[in-house]
Design a protein around this ligand. Structure first.
Ligand code: HEC
Ligand code: HEC
Length: 349
């Protein structure tokens, strides 16, 4: 049996060789390395071993318009590399037929280290997350059966699935695993900040950046914690209620608990310079506006504002001087990872 399989596989390779210039005989394992300053991976790599062919298939799918009903909207349409894989210029996402959702596109980076996804944690496995955009009317407006049919009928996908998974069968599990392989590899860990903490290339903070780092550790790191810059909890940070989107209830949409009203997953701040506009609804265009919100804009929003944001006198907010804000911004800009934003392994073209 094994021999027959091998012969068929060889035929497959020879056949594809006639059209492609270079075809490895079998998928090569991709090594996933955790940066020295990162926590343990949460994604179960043993259930979806990474290979070069799986990654390449995932990348092709990520930039594939066929994932949407119109054939135009790919994942990469909303998740643009130069903007930290967010949707440049859009406060809330817009997809098929120009329809709008009610949330700001999240970056795609370091997702192998998360176990819950989206602003409210509605997706509890990376492999399942893409079903939401593919099938949402306001995003890609497609159905899984119709999408799989399109891929099966294409001239190239059966071949690509064959290379990645050993047979040309196209099913949702394989589609989702390939997308995950691509996304799992998208690790942003080479910002100036990383080089400073890992003591690489003689990298050093400027005096202002170092001061910003101190302010950050005192006033922000309880939530934007560790080297992922999120403790991955859901918190209500006192952001004013947005009347334009009454359907938004934050984490309560998932848990049903009143106490979770307007709690959002603490976002990572990596590449924050590039991922504007900010917050779940993209209401702030600049980091200055975000910091002005933290010092002076926090309100009771109908939910339970995080206890750490209530001052001794009962007022809401974080005390930040003008100088603190300047220093904080200088520090936040050290989280920009140009290697990641320009990494050709992840780019569309
Ligand atoms: C129309 C724009 C749009 C398209 C197309 C789109 N996304 Fe997203 N993506 C979003 C928005 C908005 C969110 C935040 C969703 C939420 O919180 O409900 C998001 C969130 C995510 C997340 C969660 C990130 C995190 O940190 O939790 C992942 C992963 C993701 N998208 C992957 C994909 C993939 C894969 C595709 C293609 C199959 C895709 N997206 C297509 C707009 C889009
Ligand atoms: C109590 C927890 C908590 C603290 C403390 C906190 N944040 Fe946040 N932060 C959040 C949450 C939750 C959100 C998302 C809220 C939303 O989308 O409505 C957020 C959002 C942000 C964003 C927008 C990120 C994006 O991708 O849109 C920035 C920037 C930010 N915080 C910076 C800071 C800074 C700087 C400090 C310290 C001055 C700080 N935060 C303190 C919980 C916190």
């Amino acid at each position: 049996m094994k021999k027959i399989g091998l012969i068929i596989a060889l035929f497959g390779v020879l056949w594809s060789c006639s059209e492609e210039t270079y075809v490895p005989v079998e998928p090569q394992e991709l090594v996933f390395e955790t940066p020295a300053n990162f926590p343990d991976v949460k994604y179960d790599l043993s259930a979806n071993p990474l290979t070069d062919m799986g990654f390449e298939l995932g990348k092709k799918l990520f930039y594939e318009g066929k994932l949407s009903s119109s054939g135009i909207i790919s994942c990469g349409f909303c998740h643009e590399q130069s903007s930290g894989f967010t949707h440049h210029g859009h406060t809330i996402s817009h997809g098929e037929n120009g329809l709008e959702g009610f949330r700001n596109t999240q970056p795609i980076q370091n997702l192998a280290y998360f176990d819950e996804f989206t602003w409210d944690g509605a997706a509890i496995h990376l492999d399942l997350q893409p079903i939401i955009p593919i099938t949402a009317e306001v995003e890609m407006n497609e159905t899984m059966p119709s999408l799989l049919e399109k891929l099966r009928n294409s001239s190239e996908y059966p071949k690509l699935f064959n290379r990645a998974f050993g047979t040309p069968e196209i099913n949702s599990e394989r589609l989702l695993k390939a997308l995950s392989q691509f996304m799992v590899m998208m690790v942003s860990s080479n910002s100036k900040y990383d080089k400073v903490v890992r003591q690489e290339e003689n990298a050093e903070f400027t005096a202002l950046e170092a001061e910003g780092y101190r302010v950050f550790n005192n006033k922000c790191a309880s939530c934007h914690a560790g080297d992922l810059f999120t403790d991955q909890s859901y918190r209500n940070n006192g952001i004013p209620y947005n009347r334009k989107h009454p359907e938004e209830e934050g984490r309560k949409r998932v848990s049903g608990f009143e106490s979770d009203f307007y709690k959002f997953k603490v976002p990572s701040l990596r590449n924050i310079e590039k991922t504007f506009p900010y917050m779940h609804d993209g209401r702030f265009g600049t980091l200055e506006a975000v910091l002005d919100f933290y010092s002076d804009g926090m309100v009771e929003n109908g939910g339970e504002v995080d206890a750490s944001l209530i001052k001794e006198d009962g007022a809401l907010g974080i005390d930040l001087s003008t100088h603190d804000k300047e220093a904080l911004i200088a520090f936040l800009l050290t989280l920009t990872d140009y290697e990641f934003l320009e990494d050709e392994r992840f780019s569309e073209f």
